[in-house]
Design a protein around this ligand. Structure first.
Ligand code: GLY
Ligand code: MN
Length: 433
């Protein structure tokens, strides 16, 4: 199937969907700036096409929640299906004006898109004609539509990799055209957060902090993981979070050993630790915080010993954050410190990732720059059946995670107000009882 045919089909599908969700409230100047910066990174004789994520999935008469594709969300703020964004650096003449940004949107969305000079909003039914008209003269077509992946052709009972097929077909139809994914160019922009974006992340972290505080209030032996989850998510949503940034991880007892445990069905028992790895999504931006808490309000001697090794490693890793340091340097430092303490084989995941519109945000270079926001999240996880260590240490894990802004002079811990010292956590739990 050609790209053209494919887009025609999805247009038909998208046009038949009703618009139900909302766009995020973000200043128009943010988006203009982002689009202008992107244009400066594109080949002069190119076009970039961004497609909104398909509409809400629907099953048995239920519409499930919609989540926009992150690149188009970054460039437009529109949290709605059924749109395309076409960027043409050298411009195209349409209806008498020379334009380099064209939004293709349905009528009911037109008012929520604030286009500037050289930007135009057209009905989606003009997309195909304009897209086809620019293709013959292009050297490069950049595409951002991650949901163009495997598509089931259930009639013929086969699967295609549409992305690859469309690329091949377009490149053979238009000699001289290169079709490329735009992800790494948008990553160059998305990995550097604006003041505005940092404010949203800070708000998201505050909301998450309040959720964790409430969880400490209700945490006692016998509390269910889902009750802690509900308490945290209640507070986040009460304060305006639109989603959780990822499924809340509330793992107690041996569930602390599973990095992405999100079943959250177990009832805690006295003496358990609980790994609480949660984050709000506020105005389109994620927080990602982990605290490990003792359900009984007090860490055992062994738990606090291991806790302090993780905490010390986390603090030491944060201390070396500054522009020029690489993510892998942070990872090596964390691994080295935990190994020196004798727990090297119990820490296997990486220590950092970028944070932004996505909880695992995209990035283009391993080297840190001012304006990046990353997590720092070392852990120690000792399996139940590890007989190389005494039994009091087995069957639980500890992770501590903060969100850190890289600044020109070093770093700022955005989540510094969320208690993480053993005595702070114990004191808060004692006060709450
Ligand atoms: N908070 C989950 C993760 O970072 O993978
Ligand atoms: Mn994380």
């Amino acid at each position: 199937m050609t790209m053209g045919k494919y887009f025609r089909i999805i247009l038909l599908v998208l046009l038949s969907l009703s618009i139900t969700s909302e766009s995020f409230s973000q200043p128009a100047s943010e988006f203009h700036e982002r689009r202008a910066k992107l244009i400066s990174l594109l080949d002069s004789n190119s076009a970039a096409i961004f497609k909104a994520a398909d509409g809400r999935t629907r099953s048995n008469d239920v519409n499930y929640r919609y989540r926009q594709e992150s690149n188009i969300l970054y460039l437009t703020g529109i949290n709605e299906p059924g749109n395309f964004l076409l960027i043409i650096p050298k411009g195209i003449e349409i209806d008498g004006s020379c334009l380099n940004i064209i939004f293709f949107a349905s009528e009911n969305l037109k008012d929520s898109i604030r286009a500037t000079e050289h930007e135009l909003i057209l009905n989606t039914n003009r997309f195909q004609e304009i897209f086809n008209s620019i293709l013959p003269a292009l050297n490069t077509l950049y595409v951002s539509a991650p949901d163009i992946g495997f598509v089931n052709d259930w009639l013929n009972n086969r699967r295609y990799y549409l992305d690859k097929d469309s690329k091949k077909e377009l490149e053979s139809k238009y000699p001289g055209l290169k079709v490329m994914k735009i992800g790494s160019l948008v990553a160059k922009l998305r990995e550097l957060k604006s003041e505005y974006e940092i404010e949203q992340i800070k708000r998201s972290i505050e909301i998450t902090r309040d959720g964790i505080r409430r969880a400490l209030e209700v945490c006692k032996p016998g509390v269910a993981e889902y009750e802690l989850q509900a308490t945290i998510e209640y507070e986040m949503i009460r304060q305006g979070a639109s989603y959780t940034a990822f499924p809340s991880i509330i793992g107690s007892g041996k569930n602390t050993l599973e990095y992405h445990y999100d079943k959250n069905r177990r009832k805690t028992k006295a003496g358990d630790l609980v790994v609480v790895d949660v984050g709000a999504e506020y105005n389109g931006y994620a927080a990602d915080i982990t605290r490990t808490i003792p359900v009984s309000g007090k860490f055992t001697k062994q738990q606090s010993e291991v806790y302090n090794i993780v905490l010390q490693a986390q603090k030491e890793v944060i201390k070396i954050i500054r522009p020029g340091i690489r993510l892998r340097d942070l990872d090596n430092k964390a691994k080295e410190l935990i190994a020196e303490a004798g727990y090297g084989k119990y820490f296997k995941h990486s220590v950092s990732h970028h944070l932004g519109i996505d909880v695992h945000d995209i990035w283009s270079s391993d080297t840190l720059k001012a304006g990046m926001v990353i997590t720092v999240e070392p852990g120690i996880y000792i399996p139940e059946n590890d007989d190389s260590i005494s039994t009091e240490y087995r069957g639980w894990g500890i992770r501590i995670e903060d969100d850190v802004l890289v600044t020109s002079g070093g770093y700022e811990i955005l989540s510094r107000n969320i208690p993480k010292e053993v005595i702070e956590i114990e004191e808060m739990m004692r006060k709450n009882k």
